[in-house]
Design a protein around this ligand. Sequence first.
Ligand code: EPZ
Length: 420
Amino acid sequence: MMCELLVEGGERLYGELTIQGSKNSVLPILAATLLCADTCVIENCPKLRDVDASIAILRYLGCCTHWEDSALVVDTARMDRAVVPDALMREMRSSVIFLGAILARCKEATICYPGGCELGPRPIDLHLSALSALGAEIRETGGELKCRGGTLLGSDVYLPMPSVGATENALLCACGADGVTTIYNAAREPEIVDLQNFINAMGGNVRGAGGSIITVEGKRALHGGTYRIIADRIAGATYLCAAACCGGEVRLRGVDTRPLSTVSGALSEAGCTVKSGEDDVFLQSDGSLRSIRPVRTAPYPGFPTDAQPVLMAALLKSAGSTVFVENIFENRYRHVDELARMGAEVRVAGRVAVVTGREHLHGARVKCTDLRAGAALVIAGLQADGLTRISRIEHIDRGYESIERDLYALGAHVRRETGT
Ligand code: EPZ
């Protein structure tokens, strides 16, 4: 069924919003539920298409899941498969995160190569070399990866770059290895700290997440439990960027402000007033933003690549020009062509994009190319004269529970139209 988002520009945003649970936290944590044959209750679990894809994988593996309000209950006791079929792998490329957990539990795992994705080639070489360092034997036959981990041994794992997914896969697999594993040059994202805290709540012993060196004690007797997912910092960044360019006053509740500091710093430089509390962020803006110093995406705690599209959208009518340098993904400017249809002026050369603010944007028919590109189109529509009609919004629904519900709560004129 074709759905589209209809966005009427021109409204200021006022009000409060509680931010949904983190997509990039819950996906590895759902994989981690496989580490024990027990029941886990994942509280503050966002209802997303990517969570649906993970549930489909868990059920295919023989697990049982059901929702209790905003908690997802996962019973992995009757897991009876160690294979993730092609159709389920293609549904979500980050399904590769299940590899380490299945290996740790079953000592074997078969997955298909995850599809590429909109952001450019998404290799998994760092995942595979990390699992090999732990003793996994990995064979590729006809697009399938057959992994055997008869004797997984704790060891030193060196990541050439701080890959989020490779760090998580190594951490999950290390839980099934004999002895202690140390992961060097680990990614430092808050979602990895959440994964560490979840595994420790299950009786594990993981230390150092949030830093570059993580140690994992393997073969711990793990058990189920209840765990609350952290708020989604990128969803939070999205709504701060929306309020910054529309003008108004919004308060986001439930967000840890530190992971948002690079984004709130950029918005302050652009002319907003941003105040951070213990677990809330307040932003006030008159809607007239100015250009800012170059924005260079980097591994955490640098500026998050996932916030690059939404900050770019917020600056489309700012005074002056802002340079973006996308250092994480090769092809993360696919929103630029769609923004240009609305009158935006963005020049792209390789990893560099230069945004020059325009007096006006106009509503247009545009289409989402990936998750955060879709969010950027919504933010552009909020500033445009007239109606913007956004198609392919299934991309947005991968990472936002209901972007229209959240923005509508702040006074935006956004609605979903379900086509035939
Ligand atoms: C995670 O993706 C996030 N996804 C992404 O969020 C996020 O953009 C990214 O981290 C960076 O922060 C989830 O957590 C589910 P990486 P991941 O491994 O793990 C290259 C969103 O919008 N690389 O840190 O795939 C890779 O090609 C999504 O919510 C290798 O070369 O990111 C990329 O250029 C998009 N070999 C770079 O590293 C590998 O084996 C960063 O990738 C793995 C990665």
